[in-house]
Design a protein around this ligand. Structure first.
Ligand SMILES: Nc1nc2c(ncn2[C@@H]2O[C@H](COP(=O)(O)OP(=O)(O)OP(=O)(O)O)[C@@H](O)[C@H]2O)c(=O)[nH]1
Ligand SMILES: [Mg+2]
Length: 450
């Protein structure tokens, strides 16, 4: 058990109906009792009571106090939550008093870290609780809730169990080779179960792509030569006048971004400076940034002008798209057609931003490209963050090594080392073993008060 008592504002700071200050640790009841009119120590567990907060004879606030007794609380420690009137001044005042009374200000994610260290939740669940806080889309929410509910943990634990039974079989054979009733374990007999485990891990990795799409969203770069209507299209897609639009070529210099949700997935649209040779220094920087965004984007929408013939620069852009996920949008179809587009495999959509044509078709095409299929919500069980993905990759590599060694007829006791490694890597995902600095790094990305 961690000894000191910590506190933090658990709600976002601003003007609101209520704010909650969370206090966790062995002294929470004793310390909060010093400023409440009621006797907090005598409150029953899991109850909430109205009281006045009084400090140095001054009435600070009228509040509600919730009491949770260890180990049946979020951190598995004694917890008091004080519901104060919302607003910066009263919330900060209560926090200030608690600090004066010797409670330490919690670091970001410290409550969740304690919940993990005290064995209340595992590492997947800890990460999921923060994922839920930062979830913006419905898929992100479900993905986090499912993890909190233990479904991913179960998948990982099932694989670990299969590994344990292989290891146990091998060890029995090594330790008691003379016993006749023990089935002799030949290398071949562990190939099938290991191959199946490898398939399970590869499926986890394959599905992590969906997890990444759901959690990080899709970056869509709008590119093209100046004046084709990139910024106008961005504004129409976002439904607000985010980027400046003028008839002067080279209007957009810096990157303008905005996101929308389509079919439960977040798309981050990036408007870029029109790409052309230019002597203007600022515009040159913008063009360089555009080129960089093209490299980084998940999807590129090349905008062309229906009214003008294709330039050499546009032809180059087109050639560069061949190995990328892309859509061509021929804008300004309200004007005469002067463009002749060579044959291409990239989907082409025509439209304009004046009478609003083709933009719904563009959205539909994007949705189609990133359609996650008929996902049932309970199937949203993907590993999502780099930590989890890397550990599954490591486990998969260890199984691959083991399988290769079996092929080379390596003695079976050497093969167990790799199988053991795989088991350990999967254990790290759940937090069965962990490195202290990794924990610090992981929880530092959490919200304060969580
Ligand atoms: N006729 C017509 N004009 C359009 C259309 N879309 C945009 N425009 C006009 O084209 C001009 C350039 O539009 P922008 O959206 O600023 O073009 P851009 O590609 O962002 O240009 P840069 O930022 O300079 O690279 C503006 O005058 C727009 O009003 C369209 O569909 N039809
Ligand atoms: Mg622009």
């Amino acid at each position: 058990m961690v000894e000191d008592t910590i506190c933090a504002i658990a709600t976002s700071v601003g003007n609101s109906g209520i704010s909650i200050i969370r206090v966790s640790g062995a002294n929470s009841f004793k310390i909060v009792n010093k400023i409440t009119k009621i006797d907090v120590e005598k409150m029953l567990p899991n109850t909430i009571k109205y009281t006045k907060l009084i400090y140095k004879d001054e009435l600070i606030d009228e509040v509600l106090i919730s009491k949770f007794v260890a180990p049946k609380s979020f951190t598995a420690e004694d917890i008091i939550e004080i519901n104060t009137h919302g607003g910066i001044a009263s919330t900060n005042k209560v926090l200030e008093i608690l600090l004066e009374l010797g409670v330490r200000l919690a670091t970001p994610g410290e409550f969740t870290k304690r919940a993990f260290l005290n064995g209340r939740i595992n590492l997947i669940e800890a990460e999921a609780s923060n994922d839920l806080i930062v979830a913006n889309t419905d898929y992100q929410r479900v993905l986090a809730v499912n993890k909190l509910n233990g479904s991913l943990t179960k998948q990982i634990e099932d694989i670990r169990e299969k590994l344990v039974s292989i290891i146990a079989n091998i060890e029995v054979n090594i330790d008691y080779p003379e016993y006749e009733d023990i089935e002799v374990l030949t290398n071949e007999k562990i190939v099938d179960p290991l191959t199946n485990i490898k398939k399970d891990l590869e499926l986890l990795l394959k599905n992590s792509y969906n997890g990444k799409i759901i959690n990080n969203g899709i970056n869509v770069a709008l590119i093209g030569k100046p004046n084709v209507g990139k910024s106008s299209i961005l504004n129409r897609l976002l439904g607000e006048e985010k980027a400046i639009v003028t008839n002067i070529a080279g209007t957009t210099r810096d990157i303008v971004e905005g996101s929308i949700e389509l079919n439960k997935i977040k798309y981050n649209f990036i408007d870029t400076a029109g790409i052309r040779e230019t002597k203007d220094y600022v515009e040159q920087i913008g063009v360089e940034k555009s080129k960089q965004k093209i490299e980084e984007a998940d999807l590129i929408i090349l905008i062309l002008n229906n009214n003008e013939s294709l330039t050499n620069e546009e032809q180059d852009l087109l050639n560069n798209l061949q190995d990328k996920k892309a859509i061509i949008f021929i804008n300004k179809n309200d004007l005469d057609t002067n463009i002749a587009l060579p044959d291409t495999n990239i989907p082409v959509i025509k439209g304009n931003t004046i009478d609003i044509d083709g933009l719904q078709e563009l959205k539909d095409k994007i949705i189609e490209m990133y359609n996650l299929g008929d996902i049932k919500l309970q199937d949203l069980n993907y590993i999502t963050n780099t930590r989890q993905i890397n550990l599954v990759k490591e486990a998969n590599r260890s199984i691959e090594n083991a399988l290769n060694m079996i092929k080379e007829n390596t003695p079976i006791d050497l093969i167990t080392i790799d199988i053991n490694d795989a088991w350990n890597y999967l254990g790290e995902i759940i937090g069965k073993t962990y490195k202290e600095d990794l924990l610090d790094e992981l929880f530092s990305r959490f919200c304060l008060g969580k």
